[in-house]
Design a protein around this ligand. Structure first.
Ligand code: ACM
Ligand code: ZN
Length: 541
């Protein structure tokens, strides 16, 4: 009898009748990016596994939205939402709506989502997750989650919302890339620009050219703040084609398209180290251990260089379904071309004026190949040097006059103005640099803090006609000084939140102070997710 009584007490302590209900915490009703219209009611709806879920459209991608809910709720409830016809969570598609837009109502009947596409439904579910408590025990102990009554109408202002990660200067594992993709999806970004090659490392397996990932993937040491002396720490790593397919699929399930970047004709020491004949001198090339801009670049005087580029890009295009293929094109010194007889012969044979036109010749030839495969070429601003093909997409990292020239040439652009979007820059004023991990400086007296990132607003800088040529916006993380995922968190978060709101929410609807108050909830979510190394400066204003 005593034993039985003890057991009852223990059971009562372990599962008191109210323990399974997660109350709606009004202090955490803070969605980032800010929806276009969001009205919250005073009452709550109780979501339970038995509430059920119904997909009211046979779009084969719609279940990615349901899968997102499943991934988050199954550990909490110990089981998923039951699929059933008379479900309280109903997700459908209305093609009359904007493609990535959605409407979501939460009331006594449950959660009703109507979206312009499966992607819109996925974003509705991301919003729904942000209406749930920050702390949700993942032990199956929850029986119900209170959701606030809500009426939300939402759609993004930019159709392409991207982040670039440089995986050459430092390497990030498949699992880290997946974690990053989850973060991008949570912020309603739909593009991941993957910088896969540079002078400091080649990171993508190319079956026809195995030396790229036997030699080009490895530097025996690197240099690192604060000493800048060769540190004996090798940097190594690459993605097999199988891993890349796995990552592409993971991204697709989150409505993220991946733009691969292979940097040519500059930033190419890793390729030249692997196949010495790709350079003008034909010898003496090494994977670059430091972070200089090297004058060793692909030799466009040789036909074998173009043969290599086409074979290599054919494999890249075969792997990546993306509409866009990024070929770099930035920061290509011309000194080797000036000295190379074959490059000089090419200039003469093709009637080119100078080495800048030789660069333009190279990019145009590569573009022709990419277009023959039904894809579009993207390149950094410098692809306009020496004449720009109007069909190339320009990734513009400079704001202002230089950008306007590209618009005037008729090109589509993706905007990542460095003073707003380069998250490798310091996020504190100069007087505080000494207390920070090393960063790029940007310019004198410049501070790319959260407020600066939040102020990104291309529509205020360009005319409506120019804006028609803007495909979207991108934030960028170069990783010379980002050796690991902890530092990635520090430099990316929470500036990513500021960027995503600038990318999604029209500027008249944005308010920085309101954003910061919502950001403190996001920070608590990061803590709960174990992403504890985000930068805290903005909370100490
Ligand atoms: C770049 O910042 N070099 C594209
Ligand atoms: Zn040459």
């Amino acid at each position: 009898m005593k034993k039985f009584f003890t057991l009852l007490v223990v059971l009562a302590l372990a599962v008191p009748s109210w323990a399974g209900l997660l109350k709606c915490d009004r202090s955490c009703l803070a969605v980032i990016p800010q929806p276009q219209k969001m009205e919250l009611g005073g009452k709550t709806f109780c979501l339970k596994p038995s509430s059920g879920i119904f997909l009211a459209d046979d779009d084969p991608q719609l279940h990615y939205a349901a899968d997102l809910l499943e991934r988050h709720l199954t550990p909490v409830f110990g089981k998923g939402l039951e699929p059933k016809d008379k479900a309280a969570v109903r997700i459908g598609i209305s093609p009359a709506m904007k493609p990535e837009g959605y409407r979501m109502t939460i009331d006594g009947k449950g959660v009703e989502i109507t979206a312009g596409s499966a992607a819109g439904a996925f974003y509705a579910c991301q919003t729904l997750l942000q209406l749930m408590p920050v702390e949700m025990p993942a032990d199956g102990s929850v029986t119900a989650i209170e959701l606030p009554y809500a009426d939300i109408e939402d759609a993004p202002v930019y159709t392409l919302r991207s982040m670039m990660l440089d995986c050459s200067r430092h390497f990030f594992t498949v699992d880290e890339i997946k974690d990053l993709l989850d973060l991008l999806a949570m912020h309603k970004l739909n593009t991941f620009h993957w910088h896969l090659t540079d002078s400091q490392g080649w990171r993508i397996e190319i079956k026809k050219y195995p030396e790229l990932t036997r030699i080009g993937n490895y530097r025996p040491y690197t240099v690192r703040w604060p000493s800048w002396e060769p540190n004996g720490i090798p940097v190594d790593g690459y993605y097999t084609q199988e891993q890349i397919r796995e990552i592409i699929k993971y991204a697709q399930e989150r409505f993220i398209s991946i733009i691969p970047e292979i940097d040519i004709p500059g930033h190419s020491n890793a390729a030249l180290a692997s196949y010495q004949w790709l350079g003008c001198r034909g010898e003496g090339y090494k994977v670059l251990p430091n972070f200089m801009i090297s004058s060793d670049v692909f030799c466009p005087g040789k036909e074998t260089t173009f043969e290599f580029l086409e074979n290599m890009l054919a494999e890249v295009i075969e792997l990546f379904p993306s509409e866009y293929i990024h070929i770099g094109g930035d920061e290509c010194p011309k000194s080797e071309w000036e000295k190379c007889p074959l490059c000089q012969k090419r200039i003469a044979d093709e009637g080119l004026a100078d080495e800048k036109e030789l660069q333009s010749y190279t990019i145009r030839r590569v573009e022709k190949f990419i277009r023959s495969k039904g894809r579009k070429l993207v390149g950094w601003d410098e692809i306009s040097e020496g004449g720009l093909s109007t069909t190339a997409v320009v990734m513009q990292r400079y704001f202002g006059e230089r950008a306007k020239k590209v618009f005037a040439n008729g090109n589509y652009s993706i905007l990542c103005p460095n003073y707003y979007c380069y998250f490798d820059y310091y996020q504190v004023p100069e007087s505080e640099h000494a207390n920070e991990p090393y960063c790029h400086r940007g310019r004198s007296n410049f501070n790319l803090n959260v407020e600066c990132a939040y102020s990104l607003d291309p529509a205020s800088a360009y005319t409506p006609v120019e804006m028609k040529q803007v495909l979207g916006v991108e934030c960028n993380l170069w990783t010379e000084h980002v050796p690991d995922f902890a530092m990635l968190q520090y430099k990316l978060l929470p500036r990513l939140d500021a960027f995503c709101e600038a990318a999604w929410t029209a500027s008249p609807d944005r308010d920085f102070n309101d954003f910061v108050s919502r950001l403190s909830v996001m920070a608590a979510r990061y803590d709960a997710m174990g992403l504890t190394n985000y930068a805290k400066h903005v909370f100490n204003r």
